[in-house]
Design a protein around this ligand. Structure first.
Ligand SMILES: NC(=O)c1ccc[n+]([C@@H]2O[C@H](COP(=O)([O-])OP(=O)(O)OC[C@H]3O[C@@H](n4cnc5c(N)ncnc54)[C@H](OP(=O)(O)O)[C@@H]3O)[C@@H](O)[C@H]2O)c1
Length: 305
């Protein structure tokens, strides 16, 4: 495993994190195997949210922590809040209540990182700042960040809080690469030139905000993974060919494509299979050539202007 030193913090995070969105249906015994494998592979970062499995994901994770309390201090646990059924809520009351409930479910006194999950149109950044201060002063949260946010949304929150926003968790993979598309197609009029995120990639790099790509293998909620999906034949053919060259499978190569970007991103792997996780972790040792990286990017029917 490789590690990233997160500037403005004392966090040294594993380059690959384990996402816990899909663990709600696991028994504590099954989850114990997954976490144990993750830690053996050098993963020290675990991503949660209050809503995953309606709270069940944090709950089963907490059950495992209760059995293995020594694991807690080796882990960096991140959770998120702000998504409610039918609306988003960044009010001070909701942020604090949500964290308290997460701590209860996770059976821990603190989370290392709290992310605001999706931008709340009605957010008052002063309230967000007050919530952050209270959680920090009560030693319930050490560090803060955001998810799915644009540069100006981040600027707005950062203006009012003294806590440096360290992470922005966004969807990013070889199929969903909007934050790359608009940069490559600057000054063009084709659909890929449309900037959907306000230049989030460059902004995060300039401001030392670590990007955490989510859904590293998913085409969409509806289609599921792009691996072996008929809509992505060209991509899959190339992943197979290059897989032979780099001696890894398609999933590992897809993750290596993300890691090849020099922004030092921290992808969140959502697998619940210890074997899949082990395969994915091989990606940290693979450096795709520039030609191969571009060939994969262009295999999803994109132009090179
Ligand atoms: N911030 C946000 O808005 C947001 C949104 C979505 C997700 N997330 C975070 O990102 C994490 C990852 O998201 P995700 O679960 O959608 O991402 P993912 O890692 O792209 O997808 C994992 C899914 O792909 C399946 N899969 C099929 N073949 C695989 C292979 N060869 N290797 C690995 N997995 C394979 C996995 O099944 P198996 O379990 O059988 O391997 C699992 O169902 C989540 O856990 C969550 O922490 C954040």
């Amino acid at each position: 495993m490789k590690y990233i030193d997160i500037l403005n913090s004392d966090l040294k995070v594993s380059q690959i994190a384990l996402g816990c969105m899909r663990i709600a249906g696991k028994t504590p015994e099954q989850l114990e195997k997954l976490i144990s494998k993750a830690m053996d592979l050098g993963i020290n970062f675990f991503d949660h949210a209050d809503i995953y499995g309606g709270g069940k994901s944090e709950e089963v994770f907490g059950e495992v922590l209760k059995r293995y309390p020594k694991w807690r201090e080796k882990m960096i646990i991140q959770t998120k809040c702000g998504i409610c059924k039918g609306y988003y809520d960044f009010s001070k009351k909701h942020i604090i209540e949500s964290v308290n409930k997460s701590l209860e479910r996770l059976q821990t006194d603190y989370v290392d990182v709290l992310l605001l999950h999706r931008p709340d149109a009605l957010m008052d950044p002063k309230e967000v700042a007050e919530a952050f201060d209270e959680l920090y002063e009560n030693k319930k949260v050490k560090y803060f960040g955001v998810s799915n946010m644009t540069p100006y949304q981040i600027e707005l929150i950062q203006k009012y809080t003294k806590h440096k926003l360290l992470f922005n968790q966004v969807q990013f993979n070889v199929v969903n690469a909007g934050m790359i598309d608009s940069g490559i197609n600057a000054n063009m009029t084709n659909p890929q030139s449309v900037d959907h995120d306000g230049g989030i990639l460059d902004y995060c790099r300039i401001h030392d905000i670590t990007i955490q790509p989510w859904s590293i293998l998913q085409a969409s909620w509806e289609k599921g993974t792009f691996l072996d999906h008929p809509d992505y034949q060209k991509l899959n053919d190339l992943l197979a060919t290059l897989g032979e060259k780099y001696k890894v499978n398609k999933s590992t190569l897809s993750l290596a494509w993300i890691l090849r970007h020099p922004a030092s991103m921290q992808p969140i792997a959502g697998t619940t299979s210890p074997d899949h996780l082990e395969e994915l972790c091989q990606a940290v040792d693979i450096e795709l050539s520039r030609e191969d990286w571009y060939a994969l990017y262009l295999s999803v029917d994109r132009p090179l202007p």
